[in-house]
Design a protein around this ligand. Sequence first.
Ligand code: MN
Length: 452
Amino acid sequence: MAQDLRSYLDRVKSELPGDFVTVSGEMDPAHQVTATVAKVEKVARKRPVMLFENVKGTDFPVITNLHASRKRLAMAMNCAPQDMLKTYLKSMDEPIAPREVNTGPAKDVIMKGDAVNMLALPQLEHHSGDGGAYITAAISFAKHPDEDSWNCAYNRLMITGKDTTSIHLTLGKHLWEYHQIAEARGESLPVAFAIGVHPAIALGCLAIGSIDEDERAIMGGLFGEALELVRCETSDVLVPAQAEMILEGEILPRERIPEGPFGEFTGYSLGARDREVFKVNAVTHRKDAMFHDITVGHLDHMLLSTVPMEANLYRAVRAMIPSIKAIRVPSPFTCFVSIEQRLLGQAKNAIMAVFGADLYMKRVVVVDHDVDVFNDREVNWAIATRCQPDKDITIISNTRGSDLDPSTAGNDGNTSKWGLDATAKPSLSEFTPRHSYPSEIWDGIDVDDILS
Ligand code: MN
């Protein structure tokens, strides 16, 4: 399977022709690109991939809104939209280790040292009040300082100079942990970022699991073949050979600079905070490289991250409750789970499993299997009619959550969490029955006949 962004875009253009829009007029990188995507979504209710050919101040065209459709994400995984959870779980259960190749198109152009110029990239400002130009589609590749394990993640980068950015490392997550280990010895952490990759790589990098789990092998699982990697010019970090662009460099020890403000997926713009510094040692890219941007805080951002999140949560809950039916992450920090509850107390076990499996999860609602978690009305109905708040709400204080949650103490992620058991008690079969109709009557009604 082709592992590059361009082949994927060719598929989009031929199989979903309405899903690709080229804008040739000159665009201002400050707010105009993001606002255009947002307005097309809001006014026309369309979510095409958008290629901005002419962005002021740069030679690189900008591609954005790539991930804003479940159909397109399913295409990247070679499955139907309704099979994405199953397909993603398979890639976690049957990962394929990556393989190193000698070279690739990501090395067409190589710029090192003084030739590095982050200011030549599109200086995209997304929302009003952002602290500067942000790179939102950079996927980090890094090796554990001591062990032969690797990590991939999205980390937002704010361009702060010709060869520096500030970087947001989510507190408590894997790249942050790598950096903690290196920094304790006064060492920098070699990291490289891929910008502009096939969406299967994007989906794989968002896999949530143990620090030992190799996201690169989940990318391979999604491709059905080993991900091809090349060695960096200035470090031993391995990066996707087919990427549009690679930023090579290191996260410096004991240096912090302001990062933010930045409008995030939560719908809020958090203020500037002191964060780590990424020093860029080389930029390599394809001939005629496209610069990939994620339209942050919109469906381009949200749809992409929920697929891996739901797969991980499904796996974690299933380990405790084999009769789990469905799971959904409908909004930030929130999870709905439906289970066929065979034993009293399983709903609470589901709540604990969710909290144990995902740092960001803060509110869990568990319903019976007759409730459709993809229908907000049904979930609200179950909360209202099967729940006694004094007994069915569990609150856990003083835990870690997301440092992007503006309601947490000091905006730094120390949070309480709550679970809601909205299952019928003592069991669905013993609960007050739902209204229904005799099946022989229901089945005998011909709606077309009635309405004709
Ligand atoms: Mn990881």
